[in-house]
Design a protein around this ligand. Structure first.
Ligand SMILES: Nc1nc2c(ncn2[C@@H]2O[C@H](COP(=O)(O)OP(=O)(O)OP(=O)(O)O)[C@@H](O)[C@H]2O)c(=O)[nH]1
Ligand SMILES: [Mg+2]
Length: 366
């Protein structure tokens, strides 16, 4: 064994690393002819040698300290993780039948669209439109391809301008929607925006008398904003309240959260909307709700003429692509987006381009 190790060191030098040794036992008659032998597997550790070359023998790097090596090591580890995740993505793409017909230049954006929960059919339609409009060299430039995809996607997202309050006519706006979607909070944000920033006169009208806390919630906002509040229990109350506030610029009607599955509630809501005949009815949907439930809500709430959709709680989702699916089917324009619980700041006027960017992973504020 000693002799063999010496041979290894002679051949490979003192840095040689012994990986494996084995004594080869010969059977009795063979042992007469030859001695027992040993087998050694050895290798050179290239990394160790490089490291040694760069140090002055104390483990301290020539061009810095041990810290430099550690930093480099961390970098390499990060790079390895990155490569692993790319390999995983490519492996998934290769085995996923969805990716089979997608041209290579679209793989990256396609992955992003699916991650955002854009429906496959819509994603493929978008890519087809882009492919038809760009040249081969443009398609090979990821930035051009992505910009075109965003502009095509933006065309599929109808939006409405913010509430415009003229000098002459009062505007009546109602917010309806499933329970807990964010109607009352959004009404407070809108009222604050128009009353505090633009000096308009608003009144709150609430038909949410089912829960004591609901009226208190709106009353608190009304006090802060300095706007009157009317609590209506029936159609007659609603009619009278609207007459009393002819002088206001804006009437904001808050409604009780209704279950889209409850037909009686839907009919009650329809008759209230009939009496108030709002200029605009905004359906409030939380993006944290399952897409099929959001679609069902649109269908059921359509007993009243919905003009707009307000999507809420965008701060709580990483699948904003569902908004594209919903407006693509319903064709109802998006008016506002809400992005947090803070009144009044967490509300934004919907913009197609920004929404399309968001769906591809660019935050709304950029
Ligand atoms: N994270 C987040 N939370 C929100 C947003 N908008 C509203 N909320 C929260 O959602 C919860 C319900 O909000 P409300 O405004 O009371 O909802 P609602 O639709 O009036 O509820 P009901 O009247 O019970 O039907 C509250 O805790 C709000 O603070 C938003 O954009 N982001
Ligand atoms: Mg409410």
């Amino acid at each position: 064994m000693e002799e063999a190790i010496a041979k290894v060191k002679f051949d490979l030098g003192p840095e040689a690393i012994i990986l494996h040794t084995r004594r080869l036992q010969r059977s009795w008659p063979m042992r007469l002819l030859r001695n027992n032998s040993v087998e050694i597997t050895a290798a050179l550790d290239v990394n160790l040698m490089e490291q040694k070359e760069n140090t002055n023998g104390n483990g301290i790097s020539k061009n810095g300290t041990g810290e430099a090596i550690e930093t480099r090591f961390d970098q390499i580890q990060l790079e390895v993780e990155e490569i692993k995740s790319i390999v995983r993505t490519i492996a998934n793409q290769l085995t996923d039948p969805l990716f089979q017909e997608v041209p290579a230049c679209f793989l990256d954006v396609y992955e992003k669209l699916l991650q955002s929960k854009v429906e496959d059919e819509i994603a493929k339609k978008l890519m087809k439109q882009v492919q038809e409009q760009l040249t081969t060299s443009q398609l090979a430039t990821p930035q051009i391809l992505q910009e075109k995809l965003i502009s095509e996607m933006a065309k599929m997202i109808p939006v409405s301008p913010p509430l415009s309050l003229g000098d002459e006519q009062r505007k009546v706006v109602a917010l309806i929607g499933p329970t807990g979607a964010g109607k009352t909070t959004t009404i407070a944000k809108l009222a604050a925006r128009y009353c505090l920033y633009e000096g308009k006169k608003a009144v709150f009208l609430t038909a949410d008398t089912y829960r004591i806390a609901a009226v208190d919630q709106l009353k608190t906002y009304a006090e802060i904003i300095g706007a009157p509040i009317e609590i209506v229990f029936n159609s007659q109350d609603a009619r009278e309240a609207l007459e009393r506030h002819e002088d206001k610029d804006l009437v904001l009607i808050d409604t009780a959260g209704r279950s889209p599955l409850n037909e009686t509630q839907m009919n009650e809501l329809a008759s209230l909307m009939n009496v108030c005949s709002p200029d605009e009815i905004h359906l409030v949907l939380s993006v944290t709700t399952k897409m099929s439930d959001q679609m069902n809500a649109i269908k059921r709430f359509s007993v009243v003429p919905i003009n707009r959709i307000i999507f809420t709680k965008l701060d709580e989702t990483n699948t904003p692509g569902t908004m594209l699916n919903i407006v693509n089917k319903s064709k109802v324009a998006i008016s506002y987006l809400t992005v947090g619980q803070n009144v009044p700041e967490d509300i934004k006027v919907a913009e197609s381009q920004k929404l399309a960017n968001l769906i591809l992973g660019v935050p709304l504020d950029e």
